[in-house]
Design a protein around this ligand. Structure first.
Ligand code: NDP
Length: 286
């Protein structure tokens, strides 16, 4: 029997926990977590992502501060806003929706955000902290994958994990998080030789490549756990990087698309924001 990993369910439980924590911070420290969401330009997909994030904030009791800037905003103007948010005590998390218009320097923006408020976990200091095993902010999507694996009691220690994809926002931090849990991790990418053969060695296969349904039954060992991070808009609707129908019966557990990793990314953003707020007032939930 294949377990279908229900991201909506785990995300709902995560958000319930976040809401309880928001209340504890309010009752015990008189502080309400705040997330500033910065959107530059009028990309429709970005607008809908930002709207969803603001809805999530409302649902868990996090105050959201909405900053919508025109597409011709200059780097200096954006920098000034980030400086202001860095200094604002009501703001515990800052999210700048990517991609930014071409004339803006995304790297410079990420580096300008105060690392303790970098709830996306992309700042070099937070990425470096992950490499060094420090308790710094972790990127939401790979963190969401780890929460799913934990929620479904999937053992990682000593297991062979293959992460397919090496992006800075998913693949690389994902590999490090699995390593932290004592999996034996291989990162694969577009130059990897015999990709299917390598993936077939995996007990846990995390796929984040942005290639609709590329991973089929030839990539999957019987009994493997398959985590599909991919979100691809195609003529047949939203599909993952994994050919779900072809691999489902082989896998011991698998995430669907939609309804797998996607909802977890949003839930972990809320979780990172509440953690950032707690740290700012030196509060521990333990
Ligand atoms: P990137 O485009 O930044 O990275 C893709 C990675 O996949 C690269 O490392 C690339 O290799 C590798 N790759 C691409 N094509 C192949 C191939 N044919 N064979 C082997 N490796 C390949 O993507 P992201 O990491 O940002 O996103 C990956 C997917 O995850 C996308 O579908 C995206 O929409 C989705 N996503 C989902 C999120 C969620 O919340 N569920 C959040 C973020 C992303 P190389 O480095 O060699 O070029």
């Amino acid at each position: 029997m294949t377990t279908i990993i229900d991201g909506n369910k785990t995300a709902a439980a995560t958000k319930t926990q976040v809401a309880e924590r928001v209340e504890r911070l309010h009752n015990e420290r008189g502080v309400t977590p705040g997330l500033a969401v910065v959107l530059v330009g009028d990309d429709p997909a970005s607008h809908s992502y930002v709207a969803m994030k603001e809805r999530d904030c409302a649902e868990v009791g996090i105050t959201s501060f909405d900053h919508r800037l025109p597409a011709d905003t200059s780097q200096e103007e954006l920098n000034a806003l980030i400086d202001e948010l860095n200094a604002d005590e009501a703001v515990h998390g800052i999210l700048v929706q990517m991609p930014l218009p071409d004339h803006l320097d995304e790297e410079a923006v990420i580096e300008r955000i105060e690392p303790t408020k970098d709830v996306d976990g992309f700042h070099p200091q937070n990425m470096g902290g992950l490499v060094r095993g420090q308790d710094t902010m972790r990127a939401c999507t790979p963190l969401g994958v780890m929460r799913l694996l934990e929620d479904y009691d999937i053992a990682l220690e000593g297991k062979r994990a293959v992460v397919l994809g090496r992006s800075t926002i998913v693949g690389k931090p994902q590999a490090l998080l699995l390593l932290e849990k004592n999996a034996t991790v291989t990162t694969a990418h577009s130059r990897t030789k015999d990709l299917a053969g390598l993936c077939r060695e995996a007990d846990i296969l995390v796929v984040a490549i942005g290639q609709p349904k590329m991973v089929d039954e030839t990539y999957v060992k019987e009994g493997a756990v398959i985590i599909d991070v991919g979100i691809n808009r195609t003529d047949e609707g939203l599909v993952g990087d994994v050919d779900y129908d072809m691999v489902e019966s082989l896998a011991s557990a698998i995430t669907p698309v939609p309804g797998g990793v996607g909802p977890m990314t949003r839930a972990m953003l809320m979780s990172n924001t509440v953690d950032a707020c707690a740290k700012s007032v030196d509060y521990s939930f333990d």
